[in-house]
Design a protein around this ligand. Structure first.
Ligand code: 3HC
Length: 282
Protein backbone atom coordinates (compact mmCIF):
# COMPACT_ATOMS: atom_id res chain seq x y z
CA UNK A 1 0.00 0.00 0.00
CA UNK A 2 0.91 3.64 -0.26
CA UNK A 3 0.39 5.29 3.12
CA UNK A 4 0.53 8.99 3.95
CA UNK A 5 1.07 10.38 7.43
CA UNK A 6 0.51 14.08 8.05
CA UNK A 7 2.51 15.50 10.96
CA UNK A 8 6.09 14.44 11.76
CA UNK A 9 5.78 14.72 15.55
CA UNK A 10 6.33 11.80 17.92
CA UNK A 11 3.17 10.00 16.83
CA UNK A 12 3.42 10.72 13.09
CA UNK A 13 7.05 9.50 13.00
CA UNK A 14 6.13 6.31 14.82
CA UNK A 15 3.09 5.64 12.63
CA UNK A 16 5.11 6.16 9.43
CA UNK A 17 7.83 3.88 10.78
CA UNK A 18 5.53 0.95 11.61
CA UNK A 19 3.88 1.05 8.17
CA UNK A 20 7.30 1.12 6.48
CA UNK A 21 8.52 -1.76 8.69
CA UNK A 22 5.54 -3.78 7.44
CA UNK A 23 6.61 -3.21 3.81
CA UNK A 24 4.40 -0.28 2.80
CA UNK A 25 5.60 2.83 0.97
CA UNK A 26 5.21 5.79 3.27
CA UNK A 27 5.12 9.55 2.79
CA UNK A 28 5.40 11.62 5.95
CA UNK A 29 4.33 15.24 5.51
CA UNK A 30 5.23 18.22 7.70
CA UNK A 31 5.51 21.94 6.93
CA UNK A 32 8.56 22.27 9.19
CA UNK A 33 11.92 21.27 7.61
CA UNK A 34 13.37 20.87 11.13
CA UNK A 35 10.61 18.42 12.04
CA UNK A 36 11.33 16.41 8.87
CA UNK A 37 15.09 16.34 9.53
CA UNK A 38 14.53 15.24 13.10
CA UNK A 39 12.03 12.61 11.92
CA UNK A 40 14.66 11.02 9.66
CA UNK A 41 17.16 10.78 12.54
CA UNK A 42 14.61 9.62 15.09
CA UNK A 43 13.16 6.87 12.88
CA UNK A 44 16.67 5.66 11.99
CA UNK A 45 17.56 5.50 15.72
CA UNK A 46 14.41 3.59 16.53
CA UNK A 47 15.05 1.12 13.69
CA UNK A 48 18.62 0.61 14.92
CA UNK A 49 17.29 -0.23 18.39
CA UNK A 50 14.88 -2.73 16.88
CA UNK A 51 17.65 -4.23 14.70
CA UNK A 52 19.93 -4.71 17.73
CA UNK A 53 17.11 -6.60 19.47
CA UNK A 54 16.57 -8.74 16.33
CA UNK A 55 13.03 -7.40 15.96
CA UNK A 56 13.24 -6.43 12.26
CA UNK A 57 14.18 -8.66 9.34
CA UNK A 58 15.51 -5.91 7.07
CA UNK A 59 18.26 -3.37 7.78
CA UNK A 60 17.23 0.13 8.90
CA UNK A 61 18.55 1.45 5.55
CA UNK A 62 16.25 -0.87 3.59
CA UNK A 63 13.22 0.24 5.62
CA UNK A 64 14.21 3.93 5.40
CA UNK A 65 14.19 3.63 1.59
CA UNK A 66 10.41 3.20 1.78
CA UNK A 67 9.95 6.45 3.73
CA UNK A 68 9.77 9.80 1.95
CA UNK A 69 9.68 12.99 4.01
CA UNK A 70 7.88 15.79 2.18
CA UNK A 71 6.41 19.18 2.94
CA UNK A 72 3.10 19.29 1.08
CA UNK A 73 -0.13 17.30 1.29
CA UNK A 74 -0.37 17.65 -2.51
CA UNK A 75 1.98 14.66 -2.69
CA UNK A 76 -0.67 12.41 -1.08
CA UNK A 77 -2.73 12.12 -4.27
CA UNK A 78 -2.04 8.43 -4.87
CA UNK A 79 -2.27 7.20 -1.27
CA UNK A 80 -4.45 4.22 -0.28
CA UNK A 81 -4.60 5.34 3.34
CA UNK A 82 -3.72 8.65 5.02
CA UNK A 83 -3.40 9.18 8.76
CA UNK A 84 -3.57 12.66 10.22
CA UNK A 85 -1.30 13.10 13.25
CA UNK A 86 -1.00 16.88 13.69
CA UNK A 87 -1.40 18.91 16.92
CA UNK A 88 -4.35 18.02 19.13
CA UNK A 89 -6.17 21.25 18.29
CA UNK A 90 -9.58 21.15 16.64
CA UNK A 91 -9.00 23.92 14.09
CA UNK A 92 -5.59 22.56 13.03
CA UNK A 93 -7.00 19.04 12.62
CA UNK A 94 -10.02 20.34 10.68
CA UNK A 95 -7.86 22.33 8.26
CA UNK A 96 -5.47 19.44 7.79
CA UNK A 97 -8.30 16.98 7.12
CA UNK A 98 -9.88 19.37 4.61
CA UNK A 99 -6.65 19.65 2.66
CA UNK A 100 -6.01 15.88 2.78
CA UNK A 101 -9.57 15.21 1.63
CA UNK A 102 -9.24 17.62 -1.30
CA UNK A 103 -6.24 15.77 -2.80
CA UNK A 104 -6.80 12.04 -2.15
CA UNK A 105 -8.78 9.56 -4.28
CA UNK A 106 -12.44 8.93 -3.44
CA UNK A 107 -11.65 5.45 -2.09
CA UNK A 108 -8.74 6.50 0.17
CA UNK A 109 -9.26 5.68 3.85
CA UNK A 110 -8.54 8.71 6.04
CA UNK A 111 -7.78 8.13 9.72
CA UNK A 112 -7.25 10.64 12.50
CA UNK A 113 -4.85 9.85 15.32
CA UNK A 114 -6.77 12.16 17.64
CA UNK A 115 -6.58 11.16 21.29
CA UNK A 116 -9.75 12.92 22.38
CA UNK A 117 -11.47 15.07 19.74
CA UNK A 118 -14.87 13.81 18.54
CA UNK A 119 -14.64 11.73 15.37
CA UNK A 120 -18.13 12.96 14.38
CA UNK A 121 -16.94 16.57 14.61
CA UNK A 122 -13.78 15.80 12.59
CA UNK A 123 -15.77 13.83 9.99
CA UNK A 124 -17.39 17.15 8.98
CA UNK A 125 -14.06 18.16 7.41
CA UNK A 126 -13.76 15.28 4.93
CA UNK A 127 -15.60 14.74 1.65
CA UNK A 128 -16.34 11.02 2.09
CA UNK A 129 -17.42 10.65 5.70
CA UNK A 130 -17.96 6.91 5.29
CA UNK A 131 -14.22 6.47 4.57
CA UNK A 132 -13.09 8.38 7.68
CA UNK A 133 -12.46 7.04 11.21
CA UNK A 134 -10.37 7.48 14.36
CA UNK A 135 -7.18 5.38 14.49
CA UNK A 136 -5.52 6.12 17.81
CA UNK A 137 -1.95 4.82 18.26
CA UNK A 138 0.09 4.72 21.50
CA UNK A 139 3.53 6.09 22.25
CA UNK A 140 6.12 4.69 21.51
CA UNK A 141 4.28 3.49 18.40
CA UNK A 142 6.95 0.93 17.37
CA UNK A 143 6.66 -0.74 20.81
CA UNK A 144 3.00 -0.45 21.82
CA UNK A 145 0.71 -2.90 20.03
CA UNK A 146 -2.60 -1.27 20.98
CA UNK A 147 -4.62 0.84 18.55
CA UNK A 148 -8.10 2.22 19.28
CA UNK A 149 -10.42 2.17 16.27
CA UNK A 150 -13.23 4.71 16.55
CA UNK A 151 -15.98 5.04 13.93
CA UNK A 152 -18.03 8.17 13.41
CA UNK A 153 -21.76 7.72 12.84
CA UNK A 154 -21.04 7.70 9.09
CA UNK A 155 -18.02 5.34 8.90
CA UNK A 156 -18.90 2.35 6.73
CA UNK A 157 -18.60 -1.19 8.09
CA UNK A 158 -16.34 -2.05 5.15
CA UNK A 159 -13.89 0.75 6.09
CA UNK A 160 -13.90 -0.34 9.74
CA UNK A 161 -13.15 -3.95 8.86
CA UNK A 162 -10.56 -3.03 6.26
CA UNK A 163 -8.81 -0.70 8.72
CA UNK A 164 -8.79 -3.39 11.40
CA UNK A 165 -7.26 -5.89 8.93
CA UNK A 166 -4.60 -3.39 7.85
CA UNK A 167 -3.68 -2.64 11.48
CA UNK A 168 -3.48 -6.33 12.36
CA UNK A 169 -1.28 -6.91 9.27
CA UNK A 170 1.24 -4.32 10.54
CA UNK A 171 1.42 -6.06 13.94
CA UNK A 172 -1.08 -4.00 15.91
CA UNK A 173 -3.79 -5.41 18.19
CA UNK A 174 -6.85 -3.14 17.93
CA UNK A 175 -9.81 -2.47 20.20
CA UNK A 176 -13.03 -0.77 19.11
CA UNK A 177 -14.50 2.18 20.96
CA UNK A 178 -17.61 4.23 20.37
CA UNK A 179 -16.97 7.88 19.66
CA UNK A 180 -17.17 9.14 23.25
CA UNK A 181 -14.77 11.64 24.90
CA UNK A 182 -11.33 10.07 25.54
CA UNK A 183 -12.50 6.80 23.92
CA UNK A 184 -11.45 3.93 26.26
CA UNK A 185 -7.82 4.78 27.04
CA UNK A 186 -7.71 8.47 27.86
CA UNK A 187 -11.06 8.50 29.64
CA UNK A 188 -9.47 6.16 32.20
CA UNK A 189 -5.80 7.24 32.02
CA UNK A 190 -6.27 11.01 32.34
CA UNK A 191 -8.15 10.87 35.68
CA UNK A 192 -5.27 8.72 37.02
CA UNK A 193 -2.69 11.28 35.89
CA UNK A 194 -4.89 14.06 37.24
CA UNK A 195 -5.14 12.45 40.71
CA UNK A 196 -1.36 11.89 40.72
CA UNK A 197 -0.81 15.60 40.00
CA UNK A 198 -3.30 16.57 42.76
CA UNK A 199 -1.55 14.19 45.19
CA UNK A 200 1.70 16.04 44.46
CA UNK A 201 -0.01 19.47 44.47
CA UNK A 202 -1.50 18.79 47.93
CA UNK A 203 1.97 17.93 49.28
CA UNK A 204 0.99 14.35 50.06
CA UNK A 205 4.00 12.75 48.35
CA UNK A 206 6.92 13.56 46.05
CA UNK A 207 6.74 12.76 42.31
CA UNK A 208 9.33 10.02 42.87
CA UNK A 209 7.23 8.33 45.57
CA UNK A 210 3.97 8.70 43.63
CA UNK A 211 5.59 7.03 40.61
CA UNK A 212 7.32 4.38 42.73
CA UNK A 213 3.90 3.45 44.16
CA UNK A 214 2.66 2.57 40.69
CA UNK A 215 5.87 0.96 39.44
CA UNK A 216 6.40 -1.28 42.48
CA UNK A 217 2.85 -1.55 43.81
CA UNK A 218 0.93 -2.04 40.58
CA UNK A 219 3.66 -3.17 38.17
CA UNK A 220 3.10 -0.24 35.79
CA UNK A 221 6.20 0.29 33.60
CA UNK A 222 6.08 4.01 34.45
CA UNK A 223 4.37 5.89 37.27
CA UNK A 224 1.62 8.36 36.30
CA UNK A 225 3.81 11.48 36.53
CA UNK A 226 6.65 9.91 34.54
CA UNK A 227 4.03 8.86 32.01
CA UNK A 228 2.57 12.39 31.87
CA UNK A 229 6.08 13.74 31.16
CA UNK A 230 6.50 11.05 28.51
CA UNK A 231 3.16 11.79 26.80
CA UNK A 232 3.79 15.56 27.05
CA UNK A 233 2.23 17.77 29.72
CA UNK A 234 0.74 20.01 27.02
CA UNK A 235 -0.90 16.98 25.41
CA UNK A 236 -2.27 15.78 28.79
CA UNK A 237 -3.61 19.28 29.46
CA UNK A 238 -5.33 19.46 26.06
CA UNK A 239 -6.92 16.04 26.54
CA UNK A 240 -8.15 16.90 30.06
CA UNK A 241 -9.65 20.15 28.71
CA UNK A 242 -11.64 18.18 26.12
CA UNK A 243 -12.80 15.62 28.72
CA UNK A 244 -13.73 18.35 31.20
CA UNK A 245 -15.65 20.34 28.59
CA UNK A 246 -17.44 17.36 27.02
CA UNK A 247 -18.35 15.46 30.22
CA UNK A 248 -18.78 18.64 32.27
CA UNK A 249 -17.58 16.80 35.38
CA UNK A 250 -15.05 18.29 37.86
CA UNK A 251 -13.28 14.90 38.04
CA UNK A 252 -11.74 15.73 34.64
CA UNK A 253 -10.74 19.35 35.39
CA UNK A 254 -7.03 19.96 34.60
CA UNK A 255 -5.14 20.73 37.85
CA UNK A 256 -3.78 24.27 38.27
CA UNK A 257 -0.26 22.86 38.74
CA UNK A 258 -0.51 21.25 35.30
CA UNK A 259 -1.75 24.50 33.73
CA UNK A 260 1.07 26.48 35.36
CA UNK A 261 3.68 24.01 34.13
CA UNK A 262 2.34 24.11 30.56
CA UNK A 263 2.05 27.92 30.61
CA UNK A 264 5.66 28.07 31.77
CA UNK A 265 6.87 25.88 28.89
CA UNK A 266 7.37 22.76 31.01
CA UNK A 267 6.10 20.14 28.59
CA UNK A 268 7.85 17.09 30.10
CA UNK A 269 10.48 15.00 28.34
CA UNK A 270 10.44 16.82 25.01
CA UNK A 271 11.14 20.24 26.61
CA UNK A 272 13.73 18.97 29.12
CA UNK A 273 11.58 19.72 32.16
CA UNK A 274 8.37 18.42 33.66
CA UNK A 275 7.94 16.58 36.92
CA UNK A 276 11.56 15.48 36.28
CA UNK A 277 14.55 16.88 34.33
CA UNK A 278 15.62 15.38 31.00
CA UNK A 279 18.28 15.77 28.35
CA UNK A 280 16.65 17.07 25.18
CA UNK A 281 17.55 15.20 21.97
CA UNK A 282 17.87 17.43 18.88
N1 3HC B 1 11.72 2.53 19.17
C1 3HC B 1 12.08 1.25 19.19
N2 3HC B 1 12.19 0.51 20.32
C2 3HC B 1 11.94 1.15 21.47
C3 3HC B 1 11.56 2.51 21.53
C4 3HC B 1 11.45 3.21 20.30
N3 3HC B 1 11.06 4.50 20.24
N4 3HC B 1 11.36 2.85 22.83
C5 3HC B 1 11.59 1.73 23.56
N5 3HC B 1 11.94 0.71 22.74
C6 3HC B 1 12.20 -0.67 23.12
C7 3HC B 1 13.56 -0.90 23.72
O1 3HC B 1 14.52 -1.16 22.74
C8 3HC B 1 13.29 -2.12 24.60
O2 3HC B 1 13.28 -3.33 23.84
P1 3HC B 1 13.39 -4.80 24.55
O3 3HC B 1 12.18 -4.99 25.41
O4 3HC B 1 13.44 -5.74 23.42
O5 3HC B 1 14.64 -4.73 25.38
C9 3HC B 1 11.91 -1.87 25.11
O6 3HC B 1 11.27 -0.99 24.17
C10 3HC B 1 11.92 -1.24 26.45
O7 3HC B 1 12.68 -0.03 26.37
P2 3HC B 1 13.82 0.42 27.37
O8 3HC B 1 14.53 -0.79 27.92
O9 3HC B 1 14.64 1.49 26.74
O10 3HC B 1 13.07 1.19 28.48
P3 3HC B 1 11.90 0.73 29.36
O11 3HC B 1 12.00 -0.70 29.73
O12 3HC B 1 11.88 1.77 30.41
O13 3HC B 1 10.62 0.90 28.40
C11 3HC B 1 8.83 2.07 27.53
C12 3HC B 1 10.32 2.10 27.79
C13 3HC B 1 8.52 1.04 26.46
C14 3HC B 1 8.45 3.46 27.04
C15 3HC B 1 8.11 1.68 28.87
O14 3HC B 1 8.54 2.51 29.92
C16 3HC B 1 6.61 1.78 28.77
O15 3HC B 1 5.95 0.89 28.27
N6 3HC B 1 6.06 2.90 29.31
C17 3HC B 1 4.63 3.17 29.25
C18 3HC B 1 4.30 3.71 27.89
C19 3HC B 1 2.84 4.01 27.75
O16 3HC B 1 2.01 3.83 28.63
N7 3HC B 1 2.48 4.52 26.57
C20 3HC B 1 1.14 4.93 26.29
C21 3HC B 1 1.02 6.38 26.56
S1 3HC B 1 -0.62 6.94 26.33
C22 3HC B 1 -0.71 7.32 24.71
O17 3HC B 1 0.23 7.22 23.95
C23 3HC B 1 -2.03 7.82 24.22
C24 3HC B 1 -2.06 9.30 24.06
O18 3HC B 1 -3.29 9.65 23.50
C25 3HC B 1 -1.89 10.06 25.34
Amino acid sequence: MKVGVVGAGTMGRGIGQVFAQAGHNVRIIDVSPDALNFARKDIANSLERLEKKGKIKETPEEIMKRIELLNSVESLEEMDMVIEAVFERLNIKQETLKSISSVVRDDTIIGSNTSSISIDVLSGSVKNRERFLGIHFFNPVPVMSLVEIVPSQSTSRDVLEKSRDILVSIGKDPVFSKNFPGFISNRILMPLIREAILTYEQGIASPADIDKTFRLGMNHPMGPLELADFIGLDVCYDIMEVLYRDFGEPSFKPPITLKNMVDGGYFGRKSGKGFYDYEVKK
